[in-house]
Design a protein around this ligand. Structure first.
Ligand code: SDX
Length: 431
């Protein structure tokens, strides 16, 4: 719980107001303005929430200047090297690393929730084959609330727990089914003898006509990508899940809202947009042309996979992803990949360019992830669905934390209204 160690004073129209200053365990202090409107009859104005802490949380900490990311206090670099995705899921959900027994029980429960209600298979049939898998995922995840009626009551801690398990377990199955549907191949059922990441790869790439063995190194690379995407403080999609959850909406509807928000190219959709940009650049000699466009105020083009609201230093996830890209391409015998060469040269040039240096624009999590996923055999349309299935544990952990806050209330921001003041209706003949 944050402490109040001092107060700030606001002077407005000759009156002074004391604002408690809340101190976190780490990071910037927070001005508590919850009583400001009642006391001073004024709102604060922060449309992009650049200076706003929307909640109190113990889950993930980011230091944008240092390029630091902690899940429940553990640095992402250590978890990426020493942990695995389901252990990170347990950590994010429960706050501590699991004992061996806790991990075994958790893995057993998740594994046995990976199948979908058979009726849900029909949902996919209603979509066009060329639907974007994110459209399918938004639809199918939202529709889960029409099936799993025994895990909709958000006031029942057990039902919240079951909903969390179902979501973490079933999102890979849904993502894989969306992919299979888009390429006209039959759905592949999950297998309980495979670990989480290997199971996802098997559901995506195996076909009934022949055996498919998942390469352990690729499963490990997939697992690492999932860990890197698991949670990220109060980003746009997590804030969407929290806002939806604050109205009491069921967990499946909240996660569907998060998936919808993540889809945007400024957020989770950047991994697809980034690889498509790298493909469009095509060769290192065209990089200056795109750098110039990114700097041109009159050109809406931005370097996808670059920049971040919080990180004003390297995104620590991008560093791990870059190392993983080299490993995976080498494992797959893909040498001199032109896209990777363009990405590395673009990063080098951009990081020497004053425009990017002055604005502290560095590669983010989306800059290298697409190169790995494409090398694994995924189309660009599957990049954001993989981000979504990986982030589901973060959304659910934040949703659980929000519901556990006894002071919680429905999120309802106000506005700076600059429209017409009251005026009388004008009959048509007088207009
Ligand atoms: C994710 O929030 C999270 O944590 C998200 C995420 C997570 O894990 O949940 O980390 C995942 O969404 C990563 C970000 C993926 N998006 C992209 O890669 C898209 C490209 N990046 C940008 O659109 C942008 O950097 C944002 C959206 C990520 C952040 O934008 P901000 O913080 O609102 O910053 P801004 O748009 O106000 O930009 C500040 C300046 C502007 O120039 P000025 O108006 O000050 O002159 O930097 C420029 C921008 O024009 N700028 C860029 C740029 N990003 C910012 N210029 C060129 N290329 C870019 N990529």
């Amino acid at each position: 719980m944050a402490e109040t160690k001092r107060t700030a004073t606001l002077t407005l129209d000759g009156k002074t107001y004391d604002l408690p200053v809340l101190s976190p365990s780490v990071g910037p202090d927070v001005l508590d303005i919850r009583k400001l409107y009642a006391q001073a009859d004024v709102f604060t104005f922060d449309p992009g929430f650049t200076s706003t802490a929307a909640c109190e949380s113990e889950i993930t900490y980011i230091d944008g200047d240092k390029g630091e990311l902690l899940y429940r206090g553990y640095p992402i670099e250590q978890l990426a090297e020493k942990s695995h995705y389901l252990e990170v899921c347990y950590l994010l959900l429960n706050g501590e690393l699991p004992t061996e027994k806790q991990m075994t029980d958790f893995e057993f429960r998740i594994t046995r929730h990976t199948m979908l209600h058979e009726q849900i298979h029909m949902f996919f049939r209603g979509f066009r084959r060329d639907s974007h898998p994110m459209a399918t995922m938004v639809g199918v995840v939202g529709a889960m609330s029409a099936f799993y009626h025994d895990s909709l009551d958000i006031n029942d801690p057990w039902q919240r727990e079951v909903a969390a398990m179902r979501m973490i377990a079933k999102l890979p199955t849904i993502a894989a089914m969306a992919y299979k549907y888009s390429i006209g191949q039959p759905f592949v059922y999950p297998r309980n003898d495979l670990d989480y990441a290997a199971n996802f790869l098997h559901m995506c790439f195996s076909v009934p006509a022949e055996p498919y063995v998942v390469k352990p190194e690729l499963a490990k690379a997939m697992d690492r990508i999932m860990m890197l995407h698991a949670d990220h403080e109060q980003n746009a999609s997590t804030s969407t899940v929290r806002l939806a959850g604050s109205s009491g909406a069921n967990p499946f509807a909240c996660v569907a809202a998060g998936i919808a928000c993540l889809w945007g190219p400024a957020h989770g959709g950047a991994n697809q947009a980034c690889l498509e940009m790298l493909r469009e650049i095509g060769s290192v000699d065209r990089i200056p042309e795109f750098i110039a466009r990114a700097k041109d105020k009159n050109d809406p083009f931005r370097l996808m996979g670059f920049g971040h609201r919080v990180y004003k230093n390297f995104d620590p996830r991008a560093k791990v992803m870059k190392e993983s890209a080299d490993e995976v391409l080498d494992l797959l015998g893909i040498h001199d990949n032109p896209i990777l060469q363009v990405a590395k040269e673009l990063e080098r040039i951009a990081l020497e360019d004053d425009y990017f240096v002055s604005k502290k624009l560095y590669p983010n999590v989306d800059f290298y992830s697409g190169i790995i996923l494409e090398a694994m055999g995924f189309p660009t349309s599957m990049f954001t669905p993989i981000f979504a299935l990986s982030r589901t544990v973060g959304w659910i952990s934040q949703w659980k934390e929000m519901l556990g806050d006894p002071t919680g209330k429905i999120g309802r921001p106000r506005q700076l209204y600059t429209g017409h003041v009251a005026r009388d209706y004008v009959p048509v003949p007088s207009r």
